[in-house]
Design a protein around this ligand. Structure first.
Ligand code: AMP
Length: 486
């Protein structure tokens, strides 16, 4: 078995994830399990929790949903995860196989004691750093970018855990939020551009760090504030301390969190995700209204935008497509074949609302175009006389290297075709995307500031705020589990 460093098809690695951490309660792992359950939408392939009572660290990681690993049937597991502090993670990756050794949180016994770490995002120079470390004798256990952080911390000669972490993070680049745990400390950190979210909450005397506020709501915790870009917070018996150890950079929060990724009932970076999506739908209606009888969302991701569209256009909103909730998100299916199948498994036309009608279909995004093509066919088969597709994001023309799973550019429909060509391929009477300035208007900005954009919108503009050291010539040099399997 070779631990490979060979290049491979970029369709297969990026991870999106949820992270969670709590300090200062006797049933830290149970809180974490609930928090991860609320954040399940951010990753459905695997879940893990590490808890500590200040002496020992207990770890459980498994493939599948949070409930399959930390639910009712796993009382034994939960009983072992004792401690006042815990961190947890749900993993999402389109990797062809999911190996348990790549499931987070990562844990290592370091010079100063046990250390656990979980990560949402993507380090863009992880391979380069890793190659250097391997040359110096480091032995890696996983193919995750996150593991380089553990190695860098292990090698640091600095005295405190926080100083070691800062030294490590000064050597990596990327869009990330991190939660780390030592025996007596919980640490949260966002990259200097603040690409990925991280919020602080409180319940009783315990503090929580997690990806989105819905992870606080589930246990009745209060939202305290967002962790700021480039901020490192240390939570211990003394309370919460905040540091800004990195060179300040302009904030570039991921705009796709609002469009698709975050849960609509979450507040991230001061915006309600639901309100943002409705606003995008309204702006879309203003920009590209069309005569029609009914506005129909592609559920669930298109629902808030379709409500906004319907309100702004004065057209009725109907659930013309019904989603079966017992099938995972189509995008997650590892092979193209299953992905096609997934769309049929997931959606069904509600004929009574479509037959004889001119339909405006609203979805949040077109990536490969698989979903739209199938849905449009389904809506036509149900008797719609016209189908107009409206997309609540600009065309996705570029891959994300900061932690949102998008395929390589060659598989992005909008990178290959004009809007007219896409309309023909998808089989609609008309197709329109919100403009980039329309998107910014919906987020409360006058327009995109082209000099210093207010968000990271690289997937729509190709304007990547953080260098892409490991990604050269359209192919990634990230590590491949698939190559290892073959
Ligand atoms: P596609 O069929 O490839 O065009 O995928 C588009 C659908 O996938 C849309 O309905 C989105 O809701 C959803 N989607 C977009 N981006 C992602 C993502 N990064 N991960 C999972 N699903 C996504």
């Amino acid at each position: 078995m070779t631990l490979t460093t060979s290049p491979y098809d970029d369709d297969h690695l990026h991870e999106e994830c949820a992270i969670y951490g709590i300090f200062g309660t006797s049933d830290a792992a149970a809180h974490t399990a609930l928090g991860l359950h609320a954040l399940q939408h951010r990753g459905q392939e695997a879940a893990g929790i590490v808890a500590t009572d200040g002496t020992t660290f207990n770890v459980h990681r498994g493939l599948g949903h949070v409930g399959e690993n930390f639910g009712e049937d796993n009382q034994e597991v939960m009983d072992q995860l004792v401690g006042h502090s815990a961190i947890g993670h749900t993993r999402y990756s389109t990797t062809g196989e999911t190996a348990l050794r790549n499931v987070q949180p990562l844990f290592a016994d370091l010079e100063f004691g046990g250390f656990a770490l979980c990560h949402n995002g993507n380090l863009t120079n992880a391979l380069q750093v890793r190659e250097g470390l391997v040359r110096q004798g480091s032995i890696f256990q996983s193919t995750m970018d996150t593991e380089v952080i553990i190695h860098l911390i292990a090698r640091s000669r600095r005295a405190s855990v926080v100083d070691r972490l800062v030294e490590a993070m000064n050597q990596v680049e990327g869009g990330y939020s991190l939660i780390c745990m030592s025996k007596d400390t919980l640490i949260g950190l966002r990259d200097p551009f603040g690409v990925r979210p991280l919020v602080l909450g409180k319940i009783g005397d315990a503090y929580i760090l997690c990806s989105e506020t819905c992870g606080l709501d589930i246990i009745g915790a209060d939202f305290v504030r967002d962790i700021n870009p480039g901020e490192l917070v240390v939570i211990d018996a003394k309370g919460v301390r905040s540091f800004f150890p990195f060179r300040p950079r302009p904030s570039r929060f991921c705009i796709f969190e609002y469009i698709y990724f975050a849960r609509p009932d979450s507040m991230v970076e001061g915006h309600s995700v639901y309100a943002a999506r409705k606003g995008i739908g309204a702006e879309l209606a203003n920009e590209s209204g069309v005569d029609a009888d009914v506005v129909v969302p592609v559920p669930d991701s298109g629902v808030p935008a379709a409500i906004g569209y319907a309100e702004a256009s004065g057209l009725p909103f109907e659930l013309g497509i019904i989603r079966n909730h017992y099938v995972g998100r189509t995008f997650i299916q590892p092979t193209d074949k299953v992905r096609h199948l997934g769309v049929k498994l997931k959606h069904n036309a509600n004929r009574g609302q479509l037959e004889g009608k001119r339909v405006i279909l609203v979805d949040d995004s077109i990536v490969r175009g698989t979903t739209s093509t199938k849905i449009v066919e389904m809506v036509r088969q149900a008797g719609a006389t016209e189908v107009h597709m409206r997309i609540a994001s600009p065309p996705t023309t570029h891959s994300c290297f900061y932690g949102v799973d998008t395929p390589e550019r060659s598989k992005l429909l909008a990178a290959q075709m004009s809007v007219e060509e896409m309309a023909e391929k998808i089989g609609v009477d008309s197709l329109a995307f919100i403009s980039i300035d329309g998107l910014y208007r919906a987020m409360g900005e006058a327009a995109r500031n082209n000099d210093v954009p207010q968000f990271c919108d690289a997937c729509f503009t190709g304007d990547y705020p953080i260098s892409l050291t490991d990604y050269t010539g359209g192919r990634t040099r990230q590590l491949s589990l698939l190559a290892e399997a073959s």
